[in-house]
Design a protein around this ligand. Structure first.
Ligand code: NAD
Length: 484
């Protein structure tokens, strides 16, 4: 029996003894067997988090920060183990795991200090001798539900601000990749965080995740995952007017203007399209290039894509460009998008199949793939692929390029490459996305809000808005007597 649930400070087995295997997507081997939690486990975890809330919220921000920093010292001391676990359960090369885990620790350290810097508003009243001040108080028990693509980082984005604000948590890590995230949480336990502040219940989304969302003891849901699940969560939470932060799917456009520096644009588009095997919410999903540069860009991009190194062992090849996809259904989506595009007249410039070689035989692999002759009716242009697939289309004016980029239900990230300030500002203003990169292929910065427009989500993580999302405002007005 696996004792991997964390409830009220204790590592326990699931209430019905259920277990699930965590496998390596690169070769199918079982890495570990963990508990498969139940709705009853969620209830127990929520009760523990409810009891711990006044304890944690009652500490000063400085005391909370001390525990958070201590936890990250412990996590950093175990970084090698965390990196290896993450590479085994997700498949990403070791250097990418190290980047994710290290960044996650930075996020916790950052918010530990931001919690201490919270200031407020106060003002003299306008109805006689009164004075007002505005308190910001923690929301309470938060249900945190995360996906497998950045299982540690996306948890840190929730725990950092939430713990700093004084909230307690019931966490549901993804079943595909729960191990490094559990080690991350264990660091807080070892750092002496009070029992019940952090609880983990692994298990299926439809039972464990759904219970976290619908149980009235959770006072907020912080979710990262697909738009379909996010829509369902929003509907459930609405029944209780429960606040939600939803970080959902994306279909990021990469717009290359006629004057762009291709020495910069090609490798940066490549990295943002294919790293993590395209399984990042801000991955480039569609590329739009000014017609004057289309042939040159496309040729260079496809050449470079065909040379990327796909590893079947991210531990042995830490600096490989990409690893496997997460599972069979992820591959099916990519194959479906490629087949649909080919039927509608697209051409494959490189890729379009699994890599050959015995090392790839037992994992979920697909080559970096580039499509041309694409149009807006193809699934690859309308849906999130979440895989190593790049369709490239041409535009004649930047205005048209931006319109094509915006022709999607999603609005998480967008990139534009140009050396013309006017074009850069035009694109930044008109691209409908929560983050726009101008000559830069990453819009993530701890200090800046991160999140989506349209069906990419609701609310923001990181930056000050990321902290606000875990607090409620309370206006306190008092009347005083003049002693004279
Ligand atoms: P998913 O929605 O299938 O699962 C995400 C999490 O939700 C998992 O832990 C899952 O078990 C749980 N879940 C599933 N059904 C649930 C339910 N009914 N109630 C509660 N929880 C439930 O998504 P995924 O396939 O794991 O992740 C990939 C998706 O995540 C992509 O669409 C990607 O774009 C998105 N994503 C978004 C961001 C962002 O910041 N916007 C970041 C990373 C990933």
């Amino acid at each position: 029996m696996a004792e991997t649930l964390l409830i009220n400070g204790q590592w326990v087995a699931s209430s019905d003894g259920g277990t699930q295997d965590v496998t390596n997507p690169a070769n199918g081997s079982v890495i570990r067997t963990i508990s498969k939690g139940t709705a009853a486990d969620v209830q127990a975890a929520l009760e523990a988090a409810t009891a711990a809330f006044p304890v944690w919220a009652g500490l000063s921000a400085r005391e909370r920060a001390a525990i958070m920093h201590r936890a990250m010292d412990i996590f950093r001391a175990n970084l090698d183990e965390a990196n290896r676990l993450l590479t085994q359960e997700h498949g990403k090369p070791l250097n990418d795991s190290n980047k994710e885990n290290s960044y996650s620790a930075d996020v916790i350290d950052f918010y530990a200090e931001e919690g201490r810097r919270l200031d407020g508003t106060h003002f003299a009243g306008d109805i006689g001798p009164t004075h007002s001040f505005v308190l910001r108080q923690p929301i309470g028990v938060v249900g945190a539900i995360t996906p497998w693509n950045f299982p540690v980082d996306l948890l840190a984005w929730k725990l950092g601000p939430g713990l700093a604000a004084g909230c307690t948590f019931v966490i549901k890590p993804p079943s595909e990749a729960p191990l490094a995230a559990t080690l991350f949480v264990k660091s807080f336990v070892e750092a002496g965080i009070p029992a019940g502040v952090l609880n983990i219940v692994t298990g299926p989304g439809r039972s464990v995740g759904a219970e976290i969302v619908t149980n009235p003891l959770s006072r907020k849901v912080a979710f990262t995952g697909s738009t379909a699940t996010g829509l369902w969560i929003a509907q459930q939470a609405a029944q209780q007017l429960k606040p939600v932060t939803l970080e959902l799917g994306g279909s990021a456009p990469f717009v290359v203007a006629d004057d762009a520096d291709l020495d910069m644009a090609v490798p940066e588009a490549l990295r943002r399209t294919f790293s993590h095997t395209g399984q990042i919410c801000i991955s480039v999903n569609r590329i739009f290039v000014h017609r004057a540069r289309y042939d040159e860009f496309t040729q260079r991009f496809a050449d470079a894509a065909s040379k990327l190194r796909v590893t079947a062992d991210g531990l042995a090849e830490p600096d490989a460009d990409m690893g496997p996809m997460i599972n069979a259904s992820a591959i099916e989506t990519v194959v479906g998008h490629v087949e649909d595009a080919l039927e509608r007249g697209a051409a494959v410039l490189t890729g379009g199949q699994a890599p050959s070689g015995t090392q790839y035989a037992h994992g979920y692999f697909y080559l970096p793939t580039v499509l041309t002759n694409v149009n807006r009716d193809m699934r690859v242009m309308r849906e999130e692929t979440f895989g190593p697939l790049a369709p490239i289309a041409a535009f004649d004016t930047l205005e048209e390029g931006v319109e094509m980029a915006n022709d999607t239900p999603y609005g998480l990230a967008a990139y534009v490459y140009t050396n013309d300030l006017d074009k850069a500002f035009y694109a930044a203003k008109h691209l409908r996305a929560g983050g726009v990169g101008i000559n830069v292929n990453d819009i993530t910065d701890i200090r800046a809000p991160f999140g989506g427009m349209k069906q990419s989500g609701m609310g923001r993580e990181l930056g000050q808005p990321g902290l606000d999302a875990y607090m409620e405002y309370k206006h306190v007005r008092y009347r005083y007597r003049d002693p004279r």
